[in-house]
Design a protein around this ligand. Sequence first.
Ligand SMILES: [Fe+2]
Length: 162
Amino acid sequence: MATTLDPIAEFREDHRKVRDGILAISEALTKKDIAKAREILGVLNELTGPHFRYEEENLYPALRKYLGEYVDQLYKEHDNVIETAKVCVSLLAKDSLTDKESQDATNAAMQMLIHVSNCDGLAILSERFTAKEMDALSTSFATSRKAGVPLLDWADTIRKNK
Ligand SMILES: [Fe+2]
């Protein structure tokens, strides 16, 4: 029997990984280790693609019954995170950063950290889903992970075409 994914536990576990990754990026930037920061950002791009996709395609629609129109803001918040991630990628593509660029990249990382903190709050509402809804979320989260489209690829293709 295939093991089913626990949508809340996995959702929160992703957040822990992203939190730690972002903090590690900030630390690498402090040490002027751009290669390290770039490498971690690459890992986060892979990890957050399926997570964001699952949220937008399945979790957010399901949360409408609790949050109503506020859900629209969650999508907008993702627009901002995606833009911030792009800024971060372009800065970290450089071989060296000025102090200003390094500060910009650190600020971008902090913006993403704030989003992680906000997003994790959705878990408290998700706990109230019915078993049937939870099963549906479990399946869709697993499907999104299996597809494995990185965040910025997804944002520029599948997400844009919706
Ligand atoms: Fe999230």
